[in-house]
Design a protein around this ligand. Structure first.
Ligand code: AHR
Length: 534
């Protein structure tokens, strides 16, 4: 329904303004030659897992408290304590799954603190993120209620660092058993007689770092026990595609030991345990870890550094995939980029442990480039979770008390909804070059896919912040008559939405000019377009 709405909105606007099949933005003529792009619409690549568009919500800063959970007595409109404006916004981007409760927090989390009557829940500490009090008001029941309200699946990262195998096993029995065990009865007495479904189980988080600083071999031994004994008892998840998928920790930021050790263990495994995926965490740090760079108030140099840094994702995936191919040429195990996004300096004056940053047009371009990388690697990349959904790092949504604003990154996720579950269609093009100082970056990027109803969609990105880009698209296997959709751009690379000015960066209708088998698109500098080709 949303896909049709997007196309209809663009078509309606085009008709109303008399600009049918004309680009709506006033774009200067490109200085360089058009980018010849060929789409093989008759050929099909791998399916793009909807889980590539997953989210991550950690108990960190106001990611949960304030961002999702305001409590049932809050004057902010809510349903059972979960704020309704946020739910409505997230429903519109069709969030496939939400990874929770961490992150580093996950390896501090003890699930019993977050069940039962709110008044009886203990106050604990959040040592990794600001040392603040963790009220445990948002626990297992609230997480699943939130998932139900936004229509997403569960992705639970269990505590391998400071928890025990038995604690994890008990949590999963509590959540998923339909038999009247003591734990299942406790769940029922806490208001949920039916077992919950858990689609993904994360076997720890960054066990090479905040998750316990384990050597790869030590982690593998721990991981095998957690994978063996953390059982999902939900009768609806016992086999086939609905069975819970277990994701092991991989890639330790610059070192591939973990992925190698985990995949070697998987290849040599005996029947008693299994995994379905290995994780990769890859953040975009524009400068250095100590001085990452501002999230707003920057110019072209900082923009170029951000783009340059984010394109490392391509190399990281290639490196991890090569290791996985060595042990798993049939690609049975998926690569899950279950933390990624741009990480900048925190907002001035904010608690540095809360990782609050603004979100700009640059970040929207970064989101599009990464989603395109994931889609192009859909044969191995089965999931990705941007960090993080609300108020933390590269967020979809920012809140402040009752106020809420959608970020440029949110708009990219909205525009990319048609790609969820779509089938990749091969494209070929020479990307050209955007140069800044000694950085030479691809000027453009593009992806095409057929959605689940067979409709052809394209994403086109002009990375160049100063010059427009003209695409000349020829489509084999389809007589293209029109291409309409939306474009996201703004005057400045650091343009952003604030509570006072929430629509500085928002999608507008966009169309190409068709001439039989060719369609021309004029993209303004620093822009992202998503169109349906008909
Ligand atoms: O997303 C913030 C933190 O980054 C996560 O808690 C951790 O896993 C990663 O290092």
């Amino acid at each position: 329904m949303r896909i049709g709405a997007l196309a209809n909105r663009a078509a309606a606007c085009a008709a109303a303004t008399g600009l049918a099949l004309q680009p709506l933005a006033a774009v200067a003529q490109p200085a360089s030659a058009p980018i010849e792009l060929r789409v093989d619409a008759g050929r099909a690549g791998p399916t793009i897992s909807p889980d590539i568009f997953g989210q991550f919500a950690e108990h960190l800063g106001s990611g949960i408290y304030g961002g999702i959970w305001v409590g049932p007595d809050s004057p902010i409109p809510n349903v059972r304590g979960i704020r309704s404006d946020v739910v409505q916004a997230l429903r519109a981007i069709r969030v496939p799954n939400v990874r929770w409760p961490g992150g580093c927090f996950g390896d501090n989390y003890h699930w019993r603190n977050g069940i039962g009557p709110q008044s009886k829940r203990p106050a604990t500490l959040n040592p990794d993120w600001g040392g603040v009090i963790e009220p445990n008001s948002f626990g297992t029941a609230e997480y699943f209620d939130f998932l139900g309200q936004i229509g997403a699946d569960a992705f639970i990262s269990e505590n391998v660092g400071s928890g025990t195998v038995q604690e994890a096993a008990d949590w999963f029995e509590y959540m998923t058993s339909d038999k009247p065990t003591t734990l299942a009865k406790e769940r029922a007495s806490n208001g949920h007689p039916a077992p919950y479904k858990v689609k993904y189980l994360g076997l720890g988080n960054e066990s090479w770092g905040c998750g316990g600083a384990m050597s790869p071999d030590h982690y593998v031994e721990e991981m095998k026990r957690f994978a063996r004994f953390t059982r999902n008892y939900n009768p609806a998840q016992q086999s086939g595609t609905s069975a819970m998928k277990k994701i092991a920790v991989g890639w330790d930021s610059g070192n591939s030991d973990y992925t190698d050790a985990v995949m070697k263990a998987w290849k040599d495994k005996v029947w008693s345990w299994d995994i379905d995926g290995v994780s990769l965490h890859g953040y975009t740090i524009p400068n250095s870890w100590e001085k990452k760079g501002p999230s707003v108030g920057f110019g072209e140099g900082e923009y170029a550094k951000g783009i340059n840094a984010t394109l490392k994702m391509k190399e990281w995936i290639a490196k991890q995939s090569a290791i996985m191919d060595k042990y798993d040429p049939d690609k049975k195990v998926g690569l899950y980029v279950d933390e990624w996004g741009i990480w900048t300096d925190p907002n001035p004056g904010s608690n540095p442990g809360f990782l609050q940053q603004q979100n700009t047009l640059r970040d929207a371009v970064i989101a599009a480039l990464n989603l395109n990388i994931f889609m192009r690697n859909a044969d191995r990349v089965r999931g990705a979770n941007i960090a993080q959904m609300i108020n933390v790092l590269q967020a979809m949504i920012l809140t402040d008390g009752p106020r809420m604003v959608l970020t440029p990154t949110y708009h990219v996720y909205h525009m990319y909804v048609p790609f969820q579950g779509a089938t990749l269609v091969p494209v070929s093009f020479a990307a050209g070059s955007y140069a800044y100082g000694d950085m030479h970056l691809p000027k453009v990027d593009a992806v095409a896919a057929r959605d689940t109803s067979g409709r052809l969609w394209m994403s086109l990105v002009n990375v160049d912040p100063t010059r427009p880009a003209r695409f000349s698209v020829s489509i084999g296997g389809l007589r293209a008559r029109s291409a309409t959709g939306e474009i996201l751009t703004a005057a400045a690379v650091d343009a952003h939405n604030s509570f006072a000015a929430p629509n500085q960066v928002a999608p507008r209708p966009f169309a190409g000019r068709s001439s039989g088998r060719q369609i021309a698109f004029d993209l303004p500098p620093k822009s992202i377009a998503v169109v349906q080709v008909r």
